[in-house]
Design a protein around this ligand. Structure first.
Ligand code: GN1
Ligand code: MG
Length: 350
């Protein structure tokens, strides 16, 4: 616990005045997150939004607010935003932007899992999220980070970073750079025409799902900052890279990085528990999504390493490089499983 200056920000929100304490949450590469305690119980989540990454805070809050209106159901725990004293969904100072949300009691998030029930539940809740949002008016959502998961944009940014990078960094990153060069042409070949646009979460890693502590039932998705239009295979692949891989995304011992087929299968079965809701074409590109998403995160981490760590918060100098190598290792392992992924999907009833 700490006596953080962020405590004063709480005065700007319409909550009962109590003696609150803050605890910083160390996860996340972009925003600053705090749990707000009263006594021993966390009551709220307070976040400072990184306005360098998220330039269009109004757009984000528009999207979050719109989506939260749909994201509630018997099987989906609603989250509420708390209004500021002036009635806005967030509080802005000259150089930062804050929002306050309710904390879900007795909930827990996992960075990784070896438990097939958790993998199943992750699939079920992501499917539910998409079902609840399937009829929203896509045009009302703002494209807050245009082309966020576009392979050609990320390849272009990588190329630019490579051109101006410090030679020592290039040398150190040569293995990762080689992987990009070897994989890009193949990844660009996939046919992704005729896919329907959906409102996606766009950051469906496992630790963005809340589970009930006692039952391990998935409750809801959190971290809705990147909620905007996208394609279903983005959310699928982003989940698979953390559900089917039991190692963290900056794992340096690549022997620990594995593609766990039984966890993949449990996740797909969880998705299918929502009944069929994907088009044939969407199902066809799911294995591609599981290969594309770790690659995209890998190339973004590598680009940031070559740029001198400007985008992601890093714990040590080479963390972005380690992340890219680990993500590329998983990409390769997912590529090796393309056929078995296809079979599992075909037999799943999805
Ligand atoms: C960033 O900060 P966090 O963990 O919510 C990133 C995601 C990545 C993630 C980890 C806006 O999200 O795309 O999945 O790091 N978010 C943004 O790799 O860039
Ligand atoms: Mg996020």
């Amino acid at each position: 616990m700490e006596n953080n200056p962020a405590l004063h920000v709480l005065d700007q929100f319409s909550i009962e005045k109590k003696t609150h304490r803050l605890k910083a949450v160390q996860q996340g590469f972009i925003n600053d997150t705090f749990l707000v305690f009263e006594g021993e119980e966390p009551l709220y989540i307070l976040q400072r939004i990184n306005t360098t990454v998220f330039g269009n805070v109004d757009g984000i809050m528009n999207n979050v607010h719109l989506a939260l209106g749909y994201l509630k159901d018997e099987d989906y725990q609603a989250i509420s935003l708390i209004k500021s004293n002036s009635g806005d969904p967030y509080f802005k100072t000259e150089d930062s932007c804050w929002r306050l949300m309710t904390f879900i009691d007795d909930s827990i998030a996992y960075d990784n899992t070896t438990n097939a029930e958790i993998a199943f539940e992750a699939g079920r809740i992501i499917g539910k999220f998409h079902l609840l949002l399937q009829d929203v008016a896509i045009d009302k959502f703002v494209d807050t980070i245009p082309d966020f998961h576009s392979l050609s944009l990320r390849a272009k940014q990588f190329e630019e970073a490579f051109q101006q990078a410090d030679p020592k960094r290039k040398e150190k990153a040569s293995k990762a750079i080689q992987f990009v060069e070897d994989s890009l042409a193949m990844l660009k070949q996939w046919d992704t025409e005729d896919l329907p646009e959906r409102i996606c979460h766009n950051d469906t890693k496992l630790n963005n799902i809340l589970f009930a502590r006692s039952t391990n039932k998935a409750l809801c998705l959190i971290d809705l900052d990147t909620l905007m239009k996208g394609y279903f295979h983005y959310d699928f692949g982003d989940a698979i890279r953390t559900v089917a891989n039991t190692a963290p995304e900056d794992e340096q011992d690549h022997q620990k990085i594995t593609f766990e087929k039984h966890l993949f299968q449990a996740f797909v079965e969880g998705l299918a528990a929502n009944g069929p809701f994907l088009t044939e074409k969407e199902k066809e590109v799911l294995p591609y999504g599981a290969i594309l998403m770790p690659f995209l995160h890998g190339i973004r981490a590598l680009t940031d390493y070559l740029n001198g760590n400007l985008y992601y918060r890093v714990a040590y100098e080479d963390q972005n490089l380690d992340r890219s190598l680990s993500l590329f290792d998983f990409t390769q392992k997912a590529m090796n499983e393309a056929t078995s992924m296809k079979e599992i999907i075909q037999n799943s009833g999805l």
